[in-house]
Design a protein around this ligand. Structure first.
Ligand SMILES: Cc1ncc(COP(=O)(O)OP(=O)(O)O)c(N)n1
Ligand SMILES: Cc1nc(C(=O)O)sc1CCOP(=O)(O)O
Length: 540
């Protein structure tokens, strides 16, 4: 008879090292089992007990878990599991006994879990047919000092997608109630293969309120995902609403951006009615992220590489993710050098980037595609419209976020729908910082939008407004070639486009409606020609 398929949703691994004052492993487990939503599996993990003491504790804990119908697994020690008669074991690669031997010793009905940290281990693990796999660490964690390099959610996803759909898996390492939803959501692979649950140590064992910790984790795991890609229809009348939201809410845009573009980004943020903050001081990230209507721009244009810049970017990402603030990641130059590509992948794999914005080379690089055509940080390739739309669509559905590829045409997708915008001016690529500062405008539009709304509308509106302002500024040049003058005119045009002057609003709305109809051609098919209902450009 095959072993049962355990419910791995909330998997507690015990730890006797970081317990809160006046508690023991036994008292923490006892408390957890009395919770409204207790762990669905418990693993007893003891690294320093003698065999006799380990068996004694395991017997006591097993008396508790069996009363509540929660399976108990023993970490590393098949002998202890045999002595106690509990439901199974969890094994690593350095343990005395491997999975086939444990299966022989324990019999076909026991649960045998196995850790995996990379594809090589996964390949070997699948040959041994364990009951489930423990993938980790997702994030760096002090609980296991000898852990392997962190996988990030993209690493977990990559392992999940190489597993048969029937293999059960949990993720472990640095997971807590702040990041659990993101871990579950972002690790889902494109075919829909997802984690069966998450395993935690300190989020419960180190908590002075273990019952609350269990219930909160259960609720967070089962809460509807924060970032649902919706079948959003773009409507012309939404555009002025998004723009007016900026005046109502005066969003703050926290920038960690490159030195070349700081000034223009701040001026453009101010021009649209939002407030810029250029803070690279980690001590203020939590406070900034806690303010209302905040968006964050992470632009790696002049990153210095190394641990310090990674910590800076990841620190800001973490604080804004915890608050659910929109984060716009601009992987500048990600297609130009390996160091930049690796850095960008680390950011995307470690946190949730609500919007990834880049040129063709940068987006290709993040999508793991050939970037040979790219030169320097501002280089772009020559992909055809349909190919570019497909790349943007695929990356957005893989990351469960919004992807914007900028260029002569801008492609925007949330993985469910894909849009193409054609406005803009030749000057946008001739003045440094204009491309980067679009991230500030998008951040402001998203931070001012209602929290429960899909952000594809605000993103499209921000890009549309930016490009139309660029066109207007170009018209003011009356044919003369003056990039410097254009830049000033562009900032002025952006400022006037956001003024609440009724006549002006009407004038602007006329142009925007025209542009949004253009969008509808791509996003919302109207019949015989073009796309079918429910189909997006990438499918056509
Ligand atoms: C659910 C789960 N996944 C992974 C591990 C790690 O096990 P291992 O590699 O044996 O490392 P130690 O726990 O022995 O330090 C786990 N225990 N549980
Ligand atoms: C026991 C364990 N195994 C890991 C792995 O990577 O296999 S990480 C880990 C510790 C997880 O502790 P916390 O939830 O406190 O971060």
């Amino acid at each position: 008879m095959p072993p049962p398929r355990p419910n791995l949703e909330l998997y507690l691994v015990t730890d006797s090292v970081n317990l809160p004052p006046n508690s023991t492993v036994y008292s923490q487990v006892e408390a957890c089992l009395s919770a409204k939503h207790p762990p669905t599996v418990i693993q007893l993990r003891e690294k320093h007990l003698s065999t006799a003491k380990f068996i004694e504790l395991a017997r006591d804990i097993y008396a508790l878990t069996s009363k509540h119908g929660v399976p108990l697994l023993i970490n590393d020690r098949v002998d202890v599991a045999l002595a106690v008669g509990c439901e199974g074991v969890h094994l690593g690669w350095d343990d005395m006994v491997d999975v086939p031997t444990a299966r022989k010793l324990l019999g076909p009905e026991k649960i045998i879990g196995l850790s995996v940290s990379d594809h090589e281990q996964l390949e070997k693990a699948l040959e041994m047919d364990p009951t489930y796999l423990g993938i980790g660490p997702v994030f760096s964690t002090p609980t296991k000092s000898d852990h392997n390099p962190p996988l990030g959610t993209s690493g977990v996803r990559s392992l999940l997608s190489a597993m048969p759909s029937t293999m059960q898996a949990v993720a472990i390492g640095g997971i807590n109630h702040d990041n659990v939803q993101r871990v579950l959501f972002q690790s889902k692979d494109i075919s829909g293969k997802r984690l069966d649950g998450i395993a935690v140590v300190s989020a419960i064992m180190a908590s002075p309120l273990p019952v609350g910790a269990c219930n909160l984790l259960h609720e967070t795991i089962n809460w509807p995902p924060l970032f649902v890609p919706t079948d959003y229809s773009i409507r012309a009348e939404d555009f002025p609403i998004y723009r007016d939201n900026i005046h109502k809410h005066k969003p703050l845009v926290h920038h960690i951006t490159n030195n070349v573009v700081k000034s223009i980004s701040a001026n453009i943020t101010l021009a649209i009615g939002a407030s810029p903050v250029m803070s690279e001081n980690p001590a203020e990230f939590a406070d900034l992220a806690a303010l209302p209507n905040v968006g964050c721009v992470l632009n790696m244009g002049t990153f210095t590489g190394g641990r310090e810049s990674l910590e800076l970017f990841l620190g800001a990402l973490r604080e804004h993710n915890v608050r659910g603030n929109p984060v716009i990641f601009d992987p500048v130059g990600a297609g130009a050098t390996n160091a930049r590509r690796e850095f960008a992948q680390m950011i995307v794999g470690t946190g949730y980037c609500t919007i990834i914005k880049g040129n063709e080379g940068e987006i290709r690089s993040l999508a793991g595609l050939e970037t040979a055509k790219m030169r320097g940080v501002d280089g772009a390739g020559e992909g055809g419209s349909e190919e570019l739309a497909e790349i943007v669509h695929d990356l957005a559905s893989l990351e469960n976020n919004i992807v914007l590829m900028t260029g002569p045409k801008d492609y925007i997708s949330n993985g469910a729908r894909t849009f193409c915008l054609s406005n803009g001016s030749k000057y946008q690529s001739r003045v440094t910082g204009i491309g980067c500062a679009l991230g500030s405008v998008i951040a402001a539009f998203c931070a001012a939008a209602p929290v429960d709304e899909s952000l594809i509308g605000p993103v499209i509106s921000a890009v549309g407004m930016y490009n139309i302002a660029a066109e207007r500024a170009e018209k003011l040049m009356e044919g003369s070639d003056q990039p410097g003058k254009w830049a000033t005119a562009f900032v002025d045009c952006l400022a006037t486009m956001t003024m609440s002057n009724e006549n002006l609003t009407e004038l602007i709305a006329a142009q925007e409606v025209e542009e949004l109809r253009n969008l509808e051609k791509w996003g919302r098919p109207t019949g015989g020609e073009g796309l079918k209902e429910g189909e997006d450009l990438a499918d056509a």
